[in-house]
Write a new protein. Structure first.
Length: 461
């Protein structure tokens, strides 16, 4: 059983890795998809961001369902949905079908990924948990950066004439392997709660997320009509009503999607985590700039960002050894390094113009990876410290929702700025998007002041 726990962890981390790869794998294939399917600019953003949106609106529900029915059942169910949606995406001949399949992929991931933290909390003791958490945290940035690299390789390889479709079809053997591994190694444990699903809370949360996201993606394309702006404004009261509903349900003895005390506990770290992931969402724009603006091939664009993996590995090691010791000071330093790397790219893009090369971007890209790896690991640790097992699903849902919502917001925000400035040229458009993302990271740096220190963590509930 001791060995099976670590094999089960490998399967669980593989799911997180595949999720992050699929979140980013389409980035370098977007120009190819656009040419073949004849998509518009808004559709391009939906192909990328639809996955993150489906993931974001499902994660909290997936976490609570795992608390209720058991992590293994939800993990297996999510992997089945994800694998089937990958098949549909790989066979799609219309952009609408592709976007729907991407959203379904996100829903499948939203069911399985929250179970990973729950599994870690249930199966690993205090001494082993930091090591397990390090593998979990590393899967996010490594998967996110491996996605474009794998996407570029598969798109250019044109395996069996599948072209860009291979980036989705490759999930089929991985999904089957993960399913077999989960069924054979994950323990079957009953859930903690027997309350009915908070359907009203789910509807309110989904509506609030949609009210934020849809205007960011479609607003410029539609010319910012009044109803788009009204929808964006409506997100504020929707989130307010959702928070009120959660408090009322909690007081009446029900089990809300997000217990109010848990949300208060996570608020500081989640604010920083949201801004960090929003800031790095600009890599969607950078891949378009390299390919459409500078003529890079999908593979060349992916290789340009590959060195950040080195920074991520170093950042994770530093975080594992120093985050708990230095608390928010370490997190602030990590965000500062990430900001410095992104700001350097923002200067180099307009300054060098068509002379920009992968070698010139090498140092800033490594700095981005270093800061991102260290910051994410530290923020995950701060978020999940001292969370009891019966709240692990809910906490995991909140943390992962923050990551994916930040990524989706970053893609939408930087994409909106980029396409709005495109008439001024690719360099100006990309520089504008980078400037906005750098501003978001400045906010993240300021918010580290309110992040609770891991050393000061107290149990929740």
């Amino acid at each position: 059983m001791e060995r099976l726990r670590w094999w089960a962890l490998a399967v669980a981390v593989l799911a997180v890795l595949v999720d992050m790869i699929d979140n980013q794998i389409v980035a370098v294939a977007l120009p190819t998809i656009q040419r073949e399917l004849g998509t518009g600019e808004a559709a391009l953003q939906w192909i990328s961001a639809g996955y993150a949106l489906g993931f974001a609106v499902t994660l909290i529900t997936g976490g609570r369902l795992g608390d209720r029915h058991g992590t293994k059942k939800l993990f297996v169910a999510g992997m089945v949905v994800f694998t089937a949606a990958s098949l549909v995406a790989g066979l799609s001949g219309h952009v609408g079908v592709l976007i729907a399949a991407r959203v379904a992929q996100g829903v499948g991931s939203g069911l399985m990924v929250p179970q990973v933290l729950s599994f870690i909390h249930a199966e690993f003791g205090e001494r082993e948990r930091p090591k397990a958490m390090t593998w979990y945290a590393a899967a996010f940035p490594v998967g996110g950066l491996a996605g474009p690299l794998l996407g570029g390789a598969l798109t250019e390889a044109d395996l069996f004439g599948t072209g860009w479709r291979a980036i989705f079809l490759v999930n089929l053997p991985i999904g089957v392997l993960a399913l077999a591994g989960a069924l054979g190694t994950m323990p079957s444990r009953p859930g903690f709660f027997r309350h009915r699903l908070d359907a009203v809370g789910l509807a309110l949360l989904t509506a609030a997320l949609f009210a934020v996201f849809y205007p960011l993606v479609q607003g410029r394309e539609l010319g910012w009509p009044w109803w788009i702006l009204a929808l964006l404004v409506a997100a504020v009261p929707l989130f307010g009503v959702f928070a009120l509903h959660q408090r009322v349900r909690f007081r009446r003895g029900g089990e809300p999607l997000v217990p109010p005390d848990l949300l208060r506990r996570l608020a500081g770290s989640q604010a920083v985590l949201l801004c960090v992931n929003t800031g790095v969402g600009v890599f969607f724009v950078l891949t378009l700039h390299l390919q459409l603006g500078l003529g890079f091939s999908p593979w060349e664009a992916a290789v340009t960002f590959a060195p950040s993996t080195l920074g991520i590995v170093v950042g994770n090691v530093l975080s594992m050894n120093l985050a708990a010791r230095f608390g928010r000071v370490f997190t602030a330093a990590a965000v500062a390094v990430l900001l410095a790397g992104l700001a350097a790219i923002a200067v180099l893009v307009p300054w060098l113009g068509p002379a920009l090369t992968g070698w010139v971007l090498l140092a800033p890209v490594i700095a981005v990876g270093l800061g991102m790896g260290a910051a994410l690991n530290a923020l995950f640790t701060a978020s999940m410290s001292a969370i009891p097992p019966e709240r692990a699903g809910a906490a995991s849902g909140v943390v992962n929702t923050t990551v994916q919502l930040g990524t989706a917001t970053g893609i939408a925000l930087s994409g909106t700025v980029f396409f709005a400035r495109l008439e001024s040229g690719y360099a100006a458009a990309t520089a504008g998007a980078l400037a906005v993302s750098s501003g978001v990271l400045v906010l993240a740096l300021a918010l580290t002041a309110v992040q609770p220190s891991v050393r000061q963590s107290q149990p929740v509930g």
